[in-house]
Structure formats: C-alpha cells, structure tokens
Design a protein around this ligand. Structure first.
Ligand code: AMP
Ligand code: MG
Length: 392
C-alpha cells in the first residue's frame, strides 16, 4: 500500500499548542455514569451534584476542652463562676441553658449549652466535576453518602511503534530496545483517571500500522509513541493522513518532545473504527518515541484531553518558582522542560538540573522530582535567579 504524502508541518509555540488542546478538551463530553461505594470512588470523578443534608458542624460545639461560659460574665476580670456540671461529646441531650454566673466544664466536640458563645457553621452544596481525593471522600462521608455516582473511566489506547522495539518479556537482540513507553504511559493514564488499553507493538510498516491505528481509534482516545519525526520510516503521520485525519499541530517548539502530533479522525460507517454506528470524531496524539519526550508530552498535551473525557473540569498547568542553584546556558528558541531536583528548607527552596544524556535518559528522569521550565527567549540563567518549576 502506497502511503499518502505527509501533511504540511504545523509547528506551534508551547502556549499555542497547549491552547489548541485545551480548546478541544473544553468541547468534549464525558462518558456514562456508574455508582460505586464510597471508598471505590477515591480518585474517580464525581458525576452528581451533592447537597449537604446538614451543616458542618451540625450543632454549636466546643472546639476544645475547657469551660462553657457567657462572655458577659467575663467582661470584668478576675471573675468567679460556679461550675454546675460537665458536658461530654456523644449522643446525649443538649444541655440546659447557661445562666449568668454559671459555667459548664466541656470537652472537645461536645454540644455548647444555649447562651454560651456559638461556633461558626458552614454549608456546602456541589462538587461535581472534581476528582475525589481524601478530603472530598471525608466530605461525602460527613453528609452520609455511602454510594456515589462517578463517571466511567475513559478507555485510552496505547500504541507504540518501531521495528527496533521488543516487549518487556522478550530477550532484546543487540540492536533492539525494550518497550518502556507503553508502560510509562499506562501509569500516567491511570494516574490521570483513564483506563489504558495496551495494543501490540506496531512495526514501521504502513499496512500493519494502519490496522493497529484503526483498532486504537475504537477507544475514547488514541495515544501513539514513536514514528512522528522526519525519518524515512516515521510513518505515523502518513498513515493518519491516509485515514483523512485532521491535524491541529505536527510539532511544538519545546524540548524534549518537539515532533508531538495532535489531531482527529472521523470514525463511523465506512470510516476507520468499524462497528461504530453514527460517525464520531476520535482524537489522537502521536508522541515522540524517546521515553522522556513521551512522558513530558503526555503531561503537557494528552492529559487535558484525558481529563475532559473523564468528566473533569479543565485544570490549568500549575507552575511554582524556586531559586536556581547552578547557572544554565542553553540555545534559545524552544520552551524547555528539563528534569530537575527541587530541594531545600523552609523559605529556601532551590532547583537544579539533573545531569542527563538527552531525552532517552529514563534514569535521569527518575532521579528528578520536577522540571525546570525555561522560556524560549533565554540563553542563560544565573544561579540565584527565580525559575519556573513544573512538578512531575
Ligand atoms: P522515534 O520517535 O520513533 O524516532 O524514536 C525515538 C527514540 O525512542 C528511538 O531511539 C527509539 O528506539 C526510542 N523508542 C521508541 N519507542 C520506544 C519505546 N516504546 N520504548 C523505549 N524506547 C523507544
Ligand atoms: Mg521509530
């Protein structure tokens, strides 16, 4: 099969590429709902609005062990009050009111007697579209929700390409590489709330590559790795062009990860994903094959699409700032996301690059706990300057 020619390169700045992804993500609808037990809902995305059935705290209560008093009785000090009883936390009657000159000994969590100074009460209503972390689960428990409606996790197909790639159980030949991208992506997909669907390794051969891409397009999102550079056997874009794909970008001015590709294919009757009834568009990413590039470009571009399919409200990228520990000299022109270590004490955090051999260096990435983000107009950053940090 003769592959059609590749599309014109469409290389965007980091900001424009990220905006393109966020724009498409904002139009995505999440999948169906399912009902799960409270603990199984941890890490899932809430699909129903929750209304509190009572205030928190639900009654005026003491926040400490001490004495419940009337404030007016203590307007002149010293004052002498008579302790007329003890109030402890538990299923008991709310104590009778507190008269002038009297006090109760009171324990933390116990109901305050009428007349004592009240505590502030809070009401809350909705949480929908957030991932349920431990504090959200605590909130759900406090309003009596033992079962919750959550969105079904989106299915994310992972397709790695390359004649040199062998699976983890195979004994690699002297010029072969074990497949690590499928596994790093599966972990990132799970962490972002998706359900990874692992496809077999695709060779650098258009017919089989096309078959596997068509299979991948049956999931909610297809993420490929490798085969998106300018080499003669980088066939991913050609095969996608043969499926009448629409490309939103075929590169971003970043390092690592420059050849990253984002687009969509119409699937339906007579179109790639056989079996689908009405035509539907499926998004895909072609991530560069170098393992650190794969991880970085997933984080920067694929994650927002996955989160939208999972029912989450869009989360902007968050950058921290820290002082640079050692000078950086770099060629300008690209936004760089370089593996780094953030460390330090209270009020004195600093970051420095991890020495690395380039975007194939998985060991350097695993020693790092963040990326230092360098804007494209900088060629030199001196020790002591504030730099942007993206946590990994
Ligand atoms: P490519 O993007 O196909 O040009 O691949 C770039 C580099 O990443 C090459 O050195 C590949 O051998 C390597 N690579 C590609 N896919 C994988 C993978 N799944 N696991 C580990 N390394 C890979
Ligand atoms: Mg390749």
């Amino acid at each position: 099969m003769a592959a059609p020619p590749p599309t014109q390169p469409l290389v965007l700045t980091f900001e424009d590429a990220r905006r393109a992804v966020e724009d498409h993500a904002s139009h995505l609808a999440p999948g169906a709902n399912e009902t799960v037990d409270l603990l199984h809902a941890a890490g899932r995305v809430l699909a129903e609005p929750i209304a509190a059935d009572r205030d928190i705290p639900p009654f005026p209560r003491s926040t400490r062990d001490g004495y419940a008093v009337r404030a007016a009785d203590l307007s002149k000090l010293p004052a002498k009050l008579k302790v007329i009883g003890e109030i402890k936390a538990g299923p008991q009657q709310v104590p009778s009111s507190l008269n002038t000159g009297r006090a109760f000994s009171i324990m933390t969590g116990a109901p305050a007697p009428q007349g004592a100074d009240a505590v502030v009460m809070v009401e809350y209503t909705s949480l929908q579209g957030d991932r349920l972390d431990e504090s959200a689960i605590a909130l759900m428990a406090s309003v009596g929700k033992s079962r919750l409606q959550v969105f079904v996790r989106p299915r994310i197909a992972v397709l790695t390409t390359g004649d040199e790639i062998v699976d983890v159980d195979a004994e690699p030949g002297p010029t072969q590489i074990r497949n690590s991208n499928t596994y790093s992506l599966a972990v990132q997909i799970k962490q972002a709330g998706g359900d990874p669907v692992l496809l077999p390794i695709a060779p650098d051969e258009p017919r089989r590559l096309r078959q596997l891409i068509e299979e991948g397009l049956q999931s909610d999102l297809l993420i490929m790795t490798g085969g998106v550079s300018m080499g003669r056997y980088d066939l991913v874009e050609q095969v996608l062009a043969g499926l009448q794909a629409e490309f939103f970008f075929t590169g971003a001015k970043i390092q690592p990860g420059r050849p990253v590709v984002f687009g969509r294919v119409m699937c339906g009757a007579g179109a790639p994903a056989r079996g689908a009834s009405a035509p539907v568009s499926k998004y895909f990413f072609g991530l560069p094959g170098n393992p650190v590039s794969t991880m970085v470009t997933f984080e920067l571009f694929a994650k927002p699409m996955l989160e939208a399919l999972a029912g989450m409200s869009p989360c902007p990228l968050v950058f921290l700032h820290a002082r640079l520990k050692t000078d950086i000299r770099i060629k300008p022109g690209l936004t760089r996301f370089l593996p780094a270590i953030l460390s330090g004490k209270y009020e004195d955090s600093h970051a420095e690059l991890v020495p690395w051999q380039g975007s194939g260096d998985i060991a350097a990435r695993s020693r790092a706990n963040c990326y230092i983000v360098i804007p494209p107009d900088r060629d030199h950053i001196e020790a002591g300057e504030w730099v942007a940090i993206m946590l990994r």
